[in-house]
Design a protein around this ligand. Structure first.
Ligand code: GCW
Length: 684
């Protein structure tokens, strides 16, 4: 009896040790044989490259790999040349990226081993919206891994160092080479000595993984923490304050990357508070950073409660400044003109600011795409944006080519992603949200990769299904299809046909097309965006409406202006159309809307089936966790469909087509549920 209890205990311990909590991300391979790694130079980065190759080696036993630092013209930035026996790069970080690429190819049993791998963007940066009290704005995976509240604020524990090292390694494995450690709604305190000292400790850990540290700064810092009477960028004391601050930072962090600034946006201070322009503000900071090689990433996310269509405002404000920014300023532009919606057309600033460095900002954290509850693979969305043709320099002027240096010779090419990383053991809250972190890094490295390629790699690396058995191949195929379909499913059950920003309250999670509390800024309420009335639905942004179409280059402005030529996925973004408008399918607009909402729900139900069928291929823990999330996603999708259709039906009084499934919720219950949550502060 005693023995059997003992064995049971032993078994439980073993299971505990092997419990699959997702912490290892896509880096779970362990070497199956030995490898000799040689390099004529020694350095911390090269040491890590060697260790990674040794620890995860899946190739021939006793093989020798040479890491060679070169000066080769055909290699750009951290690019590398890969062959079976050698990794060559002009930079040490390139050798590390080459090592990870070699391992990835082994682990995914990829056949094309040799080649040149140049990065699309010089700077591949994560933005953390982490507050200094440890919370994360729009974070759905626990607390910040960088900042802790109260008495823990300045203590650096072994646990911190371990987490930062793992974080750095994960980023290096996908080519990310920069990180902004704090929220763009920046506390001025980040620039005080205590916090800068902690930043130094973090930077010291990130450096050997090739990652540069950046900070988001508050424009009013000189007056808030510097004791000056103003933060006017043209005031000489202010200029001197920033110069001194920059010097103080570089003494602590010699390879500091620079600043990220959210100015005159959503209540943040900026140069306009002093009658100056964005360029005045950005250039002053850029000047302070220039001698040390630092940059300023200046966000173009600006909008005011004015009469001008919100979708037009960033362009209106930034276009007149084109050509006036210093060459170490990069204007950081969100992918769409509004705000990380499930689907938006690309921001018209891409390609239009020809005399300014411009970088895309994507959102990895799923603020508007179901937080860490819904399975939504974002690579398809980013691929759609990157491949959108702006026509700014003729056909083929895609967003990717307008920002990666192919068309405009800007000094730095860069791309940013708002991180979804938190202190949760699986890093991102949802096991599949890890795929979005992975995808951002892979696309930042190579913006021509397809979402299909990325999903293929990620599934194989994350679930270890690389053996060539038919069953494993079926599993990979099924999960890949699910991932590739998932973003369109979310668009369908949330905001199809160009609808946008119809979330309830501030939580940006559930539906709330009705939400318009009195006194609230109009452009923060859904009716501002959907404009539903008895005649029809959609935002008229044509030449007869807000004329946002004119911000696009021909032939797009004309194409978007006409409902007959406007892609249907953007129809209600650009047009207010009657409920009986005839769609390409032959259905009326109302029926088509119903069809999309229903199809979104059906897709999620389909994902549940695929996942359940995969049970034998996935470890118990991750299987159960994802299954549970899918159940909730399914319920949410149903609520989205019911809420939106029943609400819009109030305007048009039309039936939901009879061959579609009926709503299962009552509108008033959904409204009440949402209001209750707001009252209780659970979703605010
Ligand atoms: O999407 C909105 C978010 C804010 C965010 C802002 C921004 C950091 O709702 O939480 O603030 O965008 O991008 O600055």
């Amino acid at each position: 009896m005693k023995t059997s209890i003992f064995s049971l205990f032993f078994i439980l311990i073993c299971i505990g040790l092997h419990a699959e909590d997702g912490h290892k991300l896509w880096l779970r391979a362990q070497s199956t044989s030995t490898v000799n790694v040689e390099c004529s130079k020694q350095s911390p980065i090269i040491e890590i490259a060697k260790i990674e190759l040794q620890n995860m080696w899946q190739g021939k036993a006793g093989h020798t790999v040479v890491l060679k630092l070169a000066k080769t013209k055909k290699l750009q930035g951290d690019g590398f040349l890969l062959s079976e026996n050698q990794i060559e790069s002009n930079t040490e970080a390139g050798l590390l990226y080459g090592a990870f690429e070699m391992l990835r190819k082994q682990q995914t049993q990829s056949s094309d081993f040799n080649g040149i791998f140049n990065p699309s963007y010089d700077l591949r940066i994560l933005n953390h919206w982490d507050n200094l009290d440890g919370t994360i704005e729009r974070g759905y995976a626990g607390q910040s891994i960088f900042w802790h509240p109260g008495s823990e604020a300045f203590k650096v524990t072994q646990e911190d160092k371990k987490r930062w090292t793992e974080y750095a390694r994960a980023n290096a494995s996908i080519g990310i080479n920069g990180t902004v450690l704090n929220n763009v709604n920046a506390s001025p305190k980040i620039l005080t000595p205590e916090y800068l000292n902690r930043v130094r400790e973090i930077a010291d850990i990130l450096r050997p993984y090739g990652i540069q540290t950046y900070l988001a700064v508050n424009f009013a810092s000189p007056s808030v923490i510097g004791g000056l009477s103003t933060s006017d960028p043209l005031n000489q004391e202010v200029v001197a304050w920033w110069k001194n601050k920059v010097n103080e930072i570089y003494k602590l962090i010699p390879d500091f990357g620079g600043f990220l600034v959210k100015a005159n946006s959503e209540g943040q201070p900026g140069p306009q508070n002093f009658g100056r322009t964005h360029a005045d503000g950005a250039n002053m900071m850029a000047d302070a950073l220039k001698a040390q090689g630092g940059i300023v990433m200046w966000r173009a996310f600006v909008y005011n409660p004015s009469d001008e269509d919100r979708a037009k405002q960033a362009y209106s404000e930034f276009m007149p400044l084109d050509g006036t920014f210093s060459d170490n300023v990069i204007v950081q532009v969100k992918n769409g003109p509004i705000d990380f919606q499930p689907r938006e057309p690309f921001s018209p600033l891409f390609g239009a600011m020809k005399g300014t460095g411009v970088m895309p900002e994507f959102q990895i954290t799923q603020e508007y795409l179901g937080h860490s509850v819904h399975m939504v693979f974002l690579a398809t969305m980013w691929e759609e944006v990157l491949n959108s043709d702006t026509f700014q320099e003729g056909k083929g002027s895609t967003v990717a080519r307008c920002t990666d240096g192919s068309i405009f010779k800007q000094k730095y090419s860069a791309i940013a992603g708002v991180s979804n990383v938190g202190s949760d053991i699986n890093w991102c809250g949802h096991h599949f949200a890890q795929a979005n972190w992975y995808a951002f890094g892979r696309l930042a490295w190579d913006n021509t990769l397809t979402s299909e390629q990325i999903a293929d790699e990620w599934v194989k690396l994350t679930f270890g299904k690389v053996s060539n058995t038919e069953d494993d191949a079926d599993f990979v195929k099924a999960i890949k299809e699910l991932m590739l379909d998932s973003r369109e499913a979310a668009v369908d059950y949330m905001m199809p046909l160009g609808l946008h920003h119809i979330f309830a309250a501030h939580h940006h999670y559930g539906p709330g097309p009705w939400w318009a509390p009195s006194g609230m800024r109009k452009d923060w309420t859904p009716p501002y965006y959907h404009r539903a009335d008895s005649l029809g639905i959609g935002f008229n942004r044509t030449t007869s409406g807000s004329n946002a179409v004119s911000q696009y280059h021909q032939p797009l402005s004309q194409q978007f202006n006409d409902p007959e030529t406007c892609p249907e996925k953007y129809l209600l973004w650009f047009h207010h159309l009657p409920w009986d408008y005839k769609m390409k399918s032959g259905r009326t607009l109302w029926d088509e809307l119903c069809f999309h909402y229903d199809s979104g729900v059906q897709k999620v139900r389909g994902f549940q089936k695929i996942w359940d069928k995969s049970e034998s291929y996935v470890d118990t823990e991750r299987f159960a966790a994802v299954q549970k999330k899918l159940r909730e996603q399914s319920l949410n999708a149903q609520e989205w469909k019911d809420a939106c259709l029943l609400y819009f039906q109030q305007f048009n009084q039309l039936p939901i087509p009879y061959d579609l499934e009926r709503p299962v919720n009552k509108l008033e219950d959904l409204i009440e549920k949402d209001e209750k949550q707001i009252r209780e502060g659970r979703r605010n």
